[in-house]
Design a protein around this ligand. Structure first.
Ligand code: HEC
Ligand code: HEC
Length: 216
């Protein structure tokens, strides 16, 4: 629905891009009006403002955040054990790689052997190697692939499992972290996570504001 309202804007933007022959389409799409109810398929905090009970509101907001958290772009890097997975079907990473010390891969086969600072398009076929530095896996305690929304919520705010992060730290991480950011700029051949990082960060802040309650 939002797409329709934005259509004239996008047409103008595309024309401008065509004229300037530079710039990215994302710039036109992500200008989230602060009172918009939805951005690229992700509801904004405004969509939950009508829920008066704080614990119900927090739970509903976390449910929306989970559309991002459980999305393959995030979950491929957050397995509960073993190595990373890849693609929207979250199949085993090809070639097989191990987590290794500090999640950086095996000696001689570090993630950084193949994954650079930025996405790199394949030369000979469609697709790309994802990149953002340092590209690595979090500890197993921060894995949630296949977990329920209830489990993910209580794990993410548990300081013993989340790297000692406070709720404020989580807002900061979700709003600014560059590996989180990659999920909306995943490179050729990959579906981005819904919404944008700004909206995801705003949802995290609204969840914390409402008491950081979890869905039951
Ligand atoms: C390239 C791999 C990678 C991707 C992609 C990635 N993460 Fe992470 N994530 C990590 C690493 C590594 C850490 C641990 C950072 C640390 O504690 O040093 C982490 C930590 C976190 C944490 C804090 C720890 C916790 O359990 O609460 C959150 C929250 C998080 N990531 C959310 C996300 C979300 C949401 C996305 C997608 C929008 C995402 N991550 C995408 C690698 C990744
Ligand atoms: C031998 C090269 C190589 C190594 C080493 C490697 N990767 Fe990859 N990785 C790739 C390639 C190539 C792709 C893209 C596959 C595709 O999309 O066809 C990929 C894709 C991924 C994806 C999928 C992203 C998505 O959402 O689809 C993740 C996550 C990932 N790698 C994490 C890691 C981590 C973490 C390490 C280190 C523990 C690592 N990789 C080591 C080559 C490598």
């Amino acid at each position: 629905m939002r797409k329709n309202r934005l259509l004239p804007l996008l047409v103008v933007t595309s024309a401008a891009i065509a004229l300037a022959a530079c710039g990215k389409k994302e710039d036109g799409e992500s200008s989230a009006a602060s009172n918009a109810m939805e951005v690229n398929g992700l509801k904004t905090p405004a969509a939950f403002a009508g829920i008066t009970d704080a614990s119900e509101r927090a739970a509903a907001i976390f449910g929306e955040m989970n559309k991002v958290i459980s999305h393959p772009r995030c979950a491929n890097c957050h397995p509960k054990s073993g190595g990373p997975t890849q693609g929207d079907a979250m199949t085993a990473h090809e070639p097989p790689v191990i987590r290794g010390p500090a999640g950086l891969g095996a000696a001689g086969m570090e993630c950084s052997t193949c994954h650079g600072q930025e996405n790199v398009e394949f030369a000979s076929m469609e697709g790309s190697i994802p990149g953002a530095s340092p590209w690595h896996l979090p500890p197993e305690s921060m894995g949630w692939q296949g977990s329920s929304v209830e489990e993910i919520c209580s794990q993410i705010k548990n300081g013993e499992l989340n790297g000692g992060r406070s709720l404020e730290d989580l807002i900061e991480h979700n709003s600014r972290d560059h590996l989180v950011n990659w999920a909306w700029h995943p490179g050729e051949g990959r579906t981005p996570a819904p919404g944008d990082q700004e909206t995801f960060g705003a949802l995290t802040a609204a969840w914390v504001d409402a008491g950081a309650y979890c869905p039951q």
